[in-house]
Design a protein around this ligand. Structure first.
Ligand code: GAP
Length: 435
């Protein structure tokens, strides 16, 4: 049975994936903290992205740019002028809404009154702060609303130092901030979130083919990590919904409990950003193609995903409630590469002999994987607990282990059990736990 929204939110809080930020002070709306399991899952999602986008490719390199950048960056990119949503306020109940997200533009969804909205005004989504001790317009700075601009402003630094030739990409994972008018749906839309973005620079005449290639690669990434194909689709933007910089965009969408919604956008940003920074900074960000003996401003294809949002989608997609031998069990069928805990080590009892062997096995496995040792409650309950957090394999140490130096390995999905010599255990697990 697929998960409903409340079930996932409850599981996240109960098992320590995600907590409300500042909970002991009543919570800060739309901000979340990732707990011990959540931080591992989020990290694994980011690691898989980095692995496929940077490590496994010779045409993409990474950077980690500052969150605070010169305000000139946002003036050049168009964010100061155009990064806004139309905001309306209900005169009756004072609730605020994004006009473009309302089903009925005349009726307030909070109080149900019609004709009570103020005139829409454009609300800039960037968080503004000040650099240094004085608060004045002269030292205003912004928390970046996308990681992408940190890449564009380093285009020439990276090209020169890494000796990159077109086509090539620069990737970045990091926090972004948007003062969303209507954050919501748990970690789906928050004001502080993490993005995984890559800017792929190419010749203008190659841009359409490169765009099609990246749309395909990015869709496949989710499928390769086990996302249910029926829950994933591509949707091309209508001309009137394209961002101010985009000539074409496809969204990778996931079927969330509330319907289809965006996971990632793949955009053809043309030469918009580099040209804008050339014009504002006066720096030369053109590219000289030696073979063609030609100088031009590269086009950019951008796959831009959300790390926090994608983590949430993988969690939803993995959740399964099923009946086994008349008993109910909850399983997170996460791909082993994403699972927060790879192996649980479970001694059958707390007897010192078993605990000693457990410690030996645990230290052996800890070298390679995130493991958890659990010694409390019945073995059945411990298996259920590991199923519920998606641990792919459980290693049980029982009294026979002391004589035959073998352990039982239980598979999360099939619940099949294998008896494996401790000497072969690392090799056995490594086969089932790809990097
Ligand atoms: N550089 C292009 C860009 O930022 P975007 O579609 O605005 O494009 C890319 O953002 C991705 O970042 C989205 O597909 C989504 O996964 C994530 N994202 C955007 N706003 C978000 C928010 N308020 N909360 C969580 N994730 C968000």
């Amino acid at each position: 049975m697929p998960a409903d929204f409340d079930t996932i939110v409850n599981l996240s809080k109960r098992r320590g994936f995600v907590f409300q930020s500042s909970e002991i002070y009543g919570g800060l709306r739309s901000a979340y903290d990732y707990g011990p399991l959540g931080v591992e899952l989020l990290r694994n999602v980011k690691d898989q992205w980095w692995r496929s986008m940077v490590r496994m490719r010779d045409d993409v390199v990474g950077i980690d740019s500052a969150i605070l950048q010169s305000p000139e960056v946002w003036a050049a990119s168009g964010h100061l002028d155009s990064f806004s949503d139309p905001l309306v306020e209900c005169r009756e109940c004072n609730s605020r809404h994004r006009l473009d997200k309302l089903d009925d533009v005349d009726t307030c969804p909070t109080c149900g009154n019609s004709g009570t909205f103020t005139e829409p005004k454009e609300f800039n989504l960037m968080f503004k702060t000040h650099m240094g001790p004085v608060e004045s317009d002269d030292n205003a700075v912004y928390l970046r609303p996308e990681t992408a601009q940190g890449i564009f402003i380093n285009f020439e630094n990276v090209r020169r130092t890494a000796r990159m030739k077109l086509p090539f990409g620069i990737a970045q994972i990091g926090k972004s901030f948007r003062n969303e008018i209507t954050p919501g749906q748990f970690v789906f839309r928050t004001r502080e979130f993490e993005q995984m973005e890559m800017e792929y620079f190419c010749r203008p005449d190659d841009a359409d083919a490169v765009f099609a290639e990246w749309v395909d690669i990015r869709r496949q990434w989710y499928l390769d990590l086990g996302m249910t194909p029926q829950n994933l689709r591509l949707r091309q933007h209508d001309p009137d919904e394209l961002a101010h910089y985009a000539a074409d965009t496809y969204d990778v969408e996931y079927l969330f409990p509330w319907g289809w919604d965006e996971l990632e956008g793949i955009a053809n940003r043309t030469d918009f950003d580099l040209k804008a920074h050339i014009a504002r900074s006066g720096e030369d960000l053109t590219y000289f193609d030696q073979e063609a003996d030609e100088r031009f401003v590269p086009y950019v294809i951008e796959p831009a995903g959300g790390a926090t949002r994608t983590t949430f989608a993988f969690l939803i997609d993995a959740y399964t409630d099923e009946e086994v031998n008349g008993e109910q069990r909850t399983v997170l069928r996460l791909d082993p590469r994403l699972a927060p805990v790879k192996v649980a080590v479970l001694p059958l009892s707390k007897k010192p002999d078993l605990v000693e062997t457990t410690d030996t096995v645990a230290s052996l496995l800890r070298e390679r994987w995130q493991i958890e040792v659990d010694v409390t409650q019945s073995i059945g309950r411990r298996y259920r607990r590991q199923d519920e957090i998606g641990t792919p394999l459980c290693v049980t140490i029982d009294f026979d282990t002391l004589d035959d130096h073998q352990v039982t390995v239980r598979d999360r999905d099939t619940m099949a059990q294998d008896r494996i010599p401790i000497d072969n255990l690392v090799a056995y697990l490594a086969e089932r736990l790809p990097a």
